[in-house]
Write a protein that binds this ligand. Structure first.
Ligand SMILES: [Zn+2]
Ligand SMILES: [Zn+2]
Length: 162
């Protein structure tokens, strides 16, 4: 329990209820904090970005409204250099379509691997995650996985993420 004087750190996660996944996906600190001058201002377009859930292995799209902040007694795993946000690029099922869809993955720095309790064969992409032309994505098993560090200026990232 935290008493007076105990520093409280905000830890950010993405979470959206569903029958198959209601887990919290840890994410880095948002770079754009809500300013108190416009506390009720709604974001104009609530950008969605797909993330791999480290518990269920399910890839789903999350938006800013799925962002949750929890107080923690210790610094978050990203500030503590335990986790890193990376992404993979997945092709869609249409071989004429060249678009690659970025899926964000939580990376465990110590084990140098994706942080996911589900083995690669059990990781699935929700049917509502589509390429920019609206096609279904290839299965993760059919994808040669290469991990890229999520860059600060990456346009695929909603601006609530670094
Ligand atoms: Zn999950
Ligand atoms: Zn496509």
């Amino acid at each position: 329990m935290s008493g007076p004087g105990t520093p409280i750190y905000p830890v950010w996660t993405l979470q959206r209820e569903s029958q198959t996944c209601g887990h919290h996906v840890p994410v880095p600190l948002p770079i754009h904090r809500e300013t108190s001058a416009y506390p009720t201002e709604k974001p104009e377009n609530d950008v969605e970005a797909p993330f791999l859930c480290p518990e269920s292995g399910l890839v789903r799209s999350y938006s800013r409204s799925d962002l949750h902040r929890r107080p923690s007694g210790s610094t978050g795993p990203y500030q503590a250099d335990q986790l890193l946000l990376v992404y993979i690029q997945v092709e869609c099922v249409d071989s004429n379509c060249k678009s690659l869809t970025k899926i964000h993955v939580v990376w465990d720095i110590e084990t140098k691997s994706a942080k996911c309790a589900t083995p690669p064969t059990g990781r699935v992409t929700s049917p509502d995650v589509l390429c920019e032309s609206g096609h279904q994505l290839k299965s993760l098993q059919a994808t040669r996985l290469r991990y890229y560090k999520a860059a600060a200026a990456s346009p695929c990232l909603p601006n609530f993420l670094p």
